[in-house]
Design a protein around this ligand. Structure first.
Ligand code: ADP
Ligand code: MG
Length: 692
């Protein structure tokens, strides 16, 4: 249950004076539906009204506060013209300019002959001083704030309204019990939660907006601590669930290894040893296997699955898409055969009698390893005894969270998540802090470096010419045209046009795959590319090219500037898998800035996925990197992972210490920490605490 002390902050914004249904909607767009969302809506700027010049020295372009005498009103003769009010001090004149003015109102606020204090942006036009639409006009003695926070707005939501709403929300912040260690706060020089909030919303200088101020750090640390505590609580609960020790005898693994045409790399052996140790322990395995596309994760997963079978249980391998499930099946079936293990495929496409037969065999234990998509977790799928689940997340995130929660209370299975995105260490902590991590470092086995070139779209003709020659020698190429959400239709049309154009220049060996195609159509095109019937495959997204075609040696990416570095790195990983020399051409649409170009150069200079990921994080921030929209648990409002990495590590240590002393958060500080979890929306974790 949410602590009563937080009730005021969980009230809806329409409870604030002056906020009705219309404003409530607009406020929800920029901040959220509740008062707590308003207090966490950080200012993005500050208006400084402390510049108080005499008119003669007033600098154009600056916000100024000036004391003036109102001389006269110049009422426009036609509606299109602005209303002007002439004013002066003892040094110069200034004209106040109003469009769509209400004469009565202006006559009342700016009576001729009166003195007024006004504030707004000063401009110079035809060598005359002007101030269009002053922000404040008051009589001498009246006041307005000399420093105002600026917040991100949306259409029809006036800044002043949002400022007032946030101020109203701040007044409702109760005195909360301190959840941080007082000694730590003192050492860091951090204020209390309430003081930090009030300070953050009252910037005076630009510097006050920096994420490194004591108050911003304090709030970031609060959020990170909530995040780490929640992950640890979930992790503990997962592990406390009566796990089982799965210990294979190695006989199936030996057969599979003998059937491989290669030996495992050191990194693979290391990762496998870590996984096997987890499986053999009586606590539940929750492990993340990280490694670039093609780094050899799948074979490691297969050997782990064989271990589960050796131990007398079944295994499941879940892929994010139909096509990848089929690819895993095709790649692993020979190994299963060599080991004498029964393997089957189950996706949304298996229906009717064959599906029934698979389900029956599965329940009987006649299938040892099941490969498939989300369909594996349909309600009617029952294993005889599922020991290990491998989730191949590829480029997607957030699946494991659901998986682990799903498994709660049901039969306890070990879980191994594979991800092809080299996640920076800091991010791995926040996204996968509830998991142990194994990494497959180094260039994927058997990979040759891919020559990478960055060029403007004006040189597209050269690219096509290069392609034409390579095709003549039997090469195969990917040509990626990205879609952006806002203009998907236009982009898709562009991709179709590109495919047509390439067809004309190169002959008929061009195919197109895009996200709007039916899966069967898409698979058909992919098959043709695999078989060589299609030599150039124009594709619109990353996922469609998630297929292993060793013969492909050229990757062209149009609008490379629209992709993140990690995505480009993954795209590049699609080539350089076979014996041929491969190249990657990153074509950008000018104009792009220097930093954007530098980003692309990073890719040219390194092929270490982890280095690229760190760079990507630094340049773009975590939200974009991970596609926060799909994975709510990564959304931080106070913390900026790119800046607060050090705080994250500290929060992790702190969370560990807290839970080692007070695992059920029952002490007074534990109680305060529960409040913290609710405040930052991490209360899911509270469910895992024993009552009390
Ligand atoms: P990932 O799942 O990490 O994307 P895969 O497991 O699909 O990578 O491996 C990519 C390719 O490398 C596959 O063709 C696989 O057979 C091959 N491979 C895996 N491990 C090795 C190894 N140790 N030596 C040589 N080739 C390997
Ligand atoms: Mg793979």
């Amino acid at each position: 249950m949410r602590p009563a002390i937080l009730f005021p902050l969980f009230a809806e914004t329409c409870t604030l004076p002056g906020v009705g249904p219309r404003l409530e909607k607009l406020i929800a767009q920029v901040a959220g539906p509740r008062l707590k969302d308003l207090i966490f809506d950080l200012p993005t700027g500050v208006v400084d009204r402390s510049y108080r010049p005499k008119l003669i020295t007033a600098e154009a372009g600056r916000i100024a506060t000036v004391t003036v005498n109102v001389l006269d009103h110049l009422v426009p003769r036609v509606r299109q013209q602005p209303y002007r009010v002439r004013c002066s001090d003892d040094t110069a004149m200034i004209e106040l300019i109003f469009f769509h003015a209400h004469e009565d109102y202006l006559k009342k606020t700016l009576p001729e002959g009166s003195q007024r204090l006004i504030s707004g942006r000063v401009e110079r036009f035809n060598n005359k001083l002007q101030m269009p639409h002053p922000d404040y006009i008051v009589a001498p003695g009246e006041e307005f704030p000399l420093h105002e926070p600026v917040y991100a707005l949306t259409e029809n939501l006036p800044g002043k309204v949002l400022v007032k709403a946030i101020r109203g929300a701040l007044e409702k912040v109760p005195a909360l019990p301190e959840w941080q260690d007082p000694a730590y706060l003192k050492a860091r020089g951090w204020p209390s939660f309430g003081d930090a909030l009030r300070k953050v919303h009252a910037p005076v200088h630009e510097a006050d907006l920096a994420p490194t101020t004591p108050e911003r750090q304090r709030l970031a640390f609060d959020e990170l601590l909530a995040n780490q505590l929640a992950l640890m609580l979930i992790r503990e609960a997962m592990r406390a669930a009566k796990g089982r020790a799965l210990k294979g005898d190695g006989r199936l693994k030996a057969k599979a290894l003998a059937a491989l045409s290669f030996t495992l790399t050191e990194a693979q052996n290391q990762a496998l040893a870590e996984i096997e140790a987890d499986m053999a322990s009586p606590t539940r395995m929750l492990r993340l296997l990280q490694g670039d596309v093609g780094s050899g994760k799948t074979i490691v997963a297969m050997l782990a699955l064989l271990g589960a079978v050796e131990a007398g249980t079944q295994g499941a391998l879940m892929a994010p898409t139909e096509i990848l499930a089929r690819q895993h099946m095709a790649a692993l079936e020979p190994l299963a055969e060599a080991a004498g293990v029964r393997m089957a495929l189950l996706t949304g496409r298996e229906r009717g009698a064959s599906r029934e037969a698979t389900l029956a065999a599965l329940a009987d234990g006649k299938i040892d390893i099941l490969v498939g998509t989300h369909a594996l977790f349909s309600e009617d799928v029952a294993f005889r005894d599922l020991g290990l689940v491998v989730v191949d997340e590829q480029h997607r995130f957030g699946v494991h969270q659901r998986m682990t929660l799903q498994g709660k209370g049901e039969k306890v299975t070990d879980v191994l998540v594979m991800t092809a995105t080299p996640i920076p260490r800091t991010l791995a902590l926040t996204a996968y802090g509830d998991m142990d991590v194994s990494r497959l470092h180094g260039r994927p086995p058997g990979r040759k470096p891919v020559e990478t070139r960055v060029m403007p779209a004006t040189r597209l003709d050269d690219v096509v010419e290069h392609l034409r020659k390579a095709i003549a020698h039997g090469a195969r190429a990917y040509w990626v045209c990205p879609l952006v959400e806002e203009s998907e239709k236009i982009d898709l049309a562009a991709a179709e046009e590109r495919a047509e154009e390439l067809k004309r220049t190169l002959g008929s060996a061009v195919g197109l795959v895009h996200g709007r195609m039916k899966p069967a159509e898409r698979d058909g095109a992919m098959e043709k590319f695999k078989s060589g019937e299609i030599q150039v495959l124009v594709a619109t997204t990353v996922i469609e090219v998630g297929v292993d075609v060793p013969e492909a040696t050229i990757m062209v990416v149009e609008h490379a500037e629209r992709f993140g570095l990690a995505q480009l790195h993954q795209l590049r990983g699609r080539v350089g898998r076979g014996t041929g020399k491969s190249s990657c051409l990153l074509v950008y649409q000018a104009p792009i800035g220097e930093t954007a170009k530098a980003r692309l150069q990073t890719l040219r200079d390194t092929d270490d996925g982890f280095v690229i990921a760190e760079e990507d994080l630094r340049l773009r921030g975590p939200g974009e990197l991970l596609g926060t929209r799909q994975s709510g648990q990564l959304e931080f409002r106070m913390a900026d992972i790119a800046v607060h990495g050090e705080l994250l590590a500290a929060a992790r240590d702190d969370a560990g210490l807290i839970l080692s002393r007070d695992p059920d958060l029952k002490s007074p500080r534990g109680d305060a920490l529960r409040t913290l979890l609710y405040l930052f929306g991490r209360d899911e974790a509270v469910r895992y605490l024993r009552a009390g």
